[in-house]
Design a protein around this ligand. Structure first.
Ligand SMILES: Nc1ncnc2c1ncn2[C@@H]1O[C@H](COP(=O)(O)OP(=O)(O)O)[C@@H](O)[C@H]1O
Ligand SMILES: [Mg+2]
Length: 302
């Protein structure tokens, strides 16, 4: 059973994943249908018993599976196929069958995470047969999963999924890359109680981080918070270190705000701020007063 990880968020609670509205509606629909299993069955309609979550890494697939289980008031059982496939195949088939039976008996929500790992495994002669049996076993499970349970799968590589497996899922949820609005909501959420300190910068951070996964956004925001909390730098300084690779994509207003805040924090000379932000010294002086550091280019470690 060491292949199985249990995520139970019922005690601590869980915030809804940040997703585009359309996807949230689809996921809410699945949850509602799962709540109404009896009503559906009474009308001779089968409830959805399986769903596959598809999208790039770090967009919230595993988190959404946790969310679905949490909303259904159940723990989530996670079977990470990457781990399963890296373990010796020999006994895996039998162990997996045990996991499936156990999950069905408990009416659990079971997540087959990174399910593409099965296709990725390069098999030598000796385990080709075992691998085939494994895929067949999973196909059968998806087909025969009881109405009382929910079987989820997640993948970053839909192209690797056996088409026969693919069409067996009752629902397919496509997770797109986060759009700029979602990134901004993520920044606010991950800033938590520090959101006030960074309010001026949230727009430009969203602009700089758009296109990143929320998992990456979370990491960047946590770094910012840590550096400011430990007084390694002012909010303006940590923001400039994060946005500087994207500085040319930022609009003028964002660059100006950043330049002025940097000038006010007195961390850099106006020359250096001009280099970092592309905002003219005149503009900086106009809004922030004279440069604190005369004739030098200030600290270089931006
Ligand atoms: N849509 C999202 N909403 C909120 N947090 C997210 C979202 N996507 C990613 N995260 C953050 O990044 C972490 C990793 O995301 P995860 O669900 O494991 O991504 P995936 O399974 O798609 O690779 C989450 O635990 C969460 O902290
Ligand atoms: Mg995942």
């Amino acid at each position: 059973m060491s292949l199985l990880r249990v995520c139970d968020d019922r005690a601590s609670g869980l915030e809804a994943p940040l997703l585009p509205n359309g996807l949230t509606t689809e996921i809410d629909g699945l949850i509602r249908e799962r709540f109404e299993v009896d009503k559906l069955l009474a009308h001779g309609i089968r409830p959805p018993r399986s769903a596959i979550l598809v999208g790039p890494p770090g967009v919230g697939k595993t988190l959404s599976a946790r969310w679905i289980a949490f909303r259904l008031n159940k723990p989530l059982w996670v079977l990470d196929l990457t781990t399963v496939m890296s373990s010796l195949l020999g006994k895996t088939g039998a162990n997996l069958r045990m996991v499936f039976d156990h999950a069905k008996a408990n009416e659990a929500v079971l997540l087959l995470d990174e399910i593409d790992a099965i296709a990725k495994r390069r098999s030598d002669e000796s385990d080709v047969g075992e691998l085939k049996r494994l895929v067949t076993a999973i196909l059968q499970e998806v087909d025969s999963w009881p109405d009382s349970g929910l079987l989820l799968a997640a993948t970053n590589h839909p192209e690797l999924i056996d088409p026969a497996l693919w069409r067996r899922f009752d629902a397919i949820f496509q997770f797109p890359n986060a759009d700029v609005t979602t990134v901004e909501r993520g920044i606010r959420r991950f800033l938590g109680r520090d959101a006030g300190n960074f309010e001026t910068y949230i727009g430009m951070l969203a602009d700089a981080l758009k296109g990143s996964s929320l998992s990456d956004v979370e990491r960047s925001v946590t770094t910012l918070r840590r550096r400011v909390l430990l007084k390694e730098a002012s909010p303006a300084e940590v923001v400039v270190s994060l946005v500087s690779p994207h500085i040319e994509e930022l609009d003028k207003a964002h660059r100006q705000t950043l330049a002025i805040e940097l000038a006010k924090s007195q961390a850099y000379s106006h020359n250096r701020i001009m280099e970092l932000t592309g905002v003219s010294r005149d503009t900086i002086r106009k809004y922030a007063g004279p440069s604190p550091i005369k004739g030098r280019s200030g600290r270089k470690d931006a």
